[in-house]
Design a protein around this ligand. Structure first.
Ligand code: GLN
Length: 291
């Protein structure tokens, strides 16, 4: 290969795509676009406008090759770039917390539908903080609390809050603890939201290497039936929410009836299942009883 900046971006794009496909990476097209943008500042539109556009520098080429090498070893792109776009915000996503997923945007959108001014929102298993931080950024006036058992995750969440929330006076209150453990008695939330670990323990070894080898196991493992966290979240919820408050839970595609069953057994009303853009059941919401 000649000097990096004499190389056409379009040719590099083709080489990268081939290497990614050889390594078995799905959606190589999207990943090439992200790599070129991140390391060379070149977009698809730039290549379309000028098919002969050159790589900007030798350094850009070196960085892109290093990133490609990691990606071919199935390190997630979100760890290589260190960032993940979620709800239009760039979240830091280093190892240590679950990489934010597009599916979880459905959960945030569902909360936004019913949000009212000054709402107190509790996000359990907050991870990178992507849910509560997005809600605070998009509503401007909700009062957010996030809990997680992992100190590493909380450090990432706090940094993300500083990066993303412009009004630094109103940051989420991040607390370390197992679900409700870190909360003060007597504080009642209007909304509880969570994307808890929900993979069955026995299914984890079948996940893609990007997930099983790089997302924290505690952020994935939902116990033998995948429902451990739902059982604990739902049975504890009413003690921490107002009467008529709402709960929103992300679920696995096959967990809707189990999770609605748990909600109903605990007195919750108006359970509703929402699908993601692939047509899979993805979110369950319900209202806590007024009486
Ligand atoms: N709430 C975070 C997210 O949705 C982390 C979830 C988790 O650790 N299971 O990305």
């Amino acid at each position: 290969m000649t000097e990096g900046h004499f190389l056409k971006a379009a040719d590099l794009k083709k080489n990268i795509k081939e290497k990614l496909e050889e390594a078995g990476i799905q959606d190589a097209d999207a990943e090439v676009r992200l790599l070129l943008k991140a390391y060379a500042g070149i977009t698809e539109a730039d290549i379309y406008a000028d098919p002969d556009i050159l790589m900007p520098s030798e350094e850009a080429l070196i960085s892109i090759n290093e990133a490609l090498d990691k990606r071919c070893r199935h390190i997630p792109l979100q760890h290589i770039l260190g960032k993940t776009c979620f709800m239009g915000f760039d979240f830091n996503s280093p190892p240590g917390a679950l990489i934010p997923r597009p599916d979880t945007e459905i959960l945030v959108e569902e909360v936004l539908r019913d949000y009212h001014e000054g709402c107190k929102i509790l996000d359990l298993c907050t991870g990178t903080g992507c849910i509560i931080i997005s809600l605070m950024a998009l509503t401007g006036d909700c009062i957010g609390t996030g809990t997680d058992i992992s100190e590493d995750a909380l450090a990432i969440a706090r940094e993300n809050a500083h990066l993303i929330l412009e009004d630094k006076k109103k940051l989420p209150d991040f607390r370390k603890g197992d679900l409700y453990e870190a909360l003060d008695d007597g504080i009642l939330y209007d909304i509880i939201v969570s994307n808890p670990p929900y993979i069955k323990s026995g299914d984890i070894e079948n996940l893609m290497p990007e997930v099983k080898d790089h997302d924290p196991l505690i952020a994935l493992d939902g116990g033998s039936d995948g429902l451990d966290f739902y059982k604990r979240i739902i049975s504890g919820a009413r003690a921490h929410m107002i009467k008529g408050g709402e709960i929103f839970l992300e679920i696995g595609f096959d967990q809707a009836s189990d999770v609605t069953g748990l909600l109903e057994a605990n007195g919750f009303k108006y359970t509703k299942v929402i699908k993601d853009y692939s047509g899979n059941n993805r979110v369950v919401r319900a209202v806590s009883p007024v009486l």
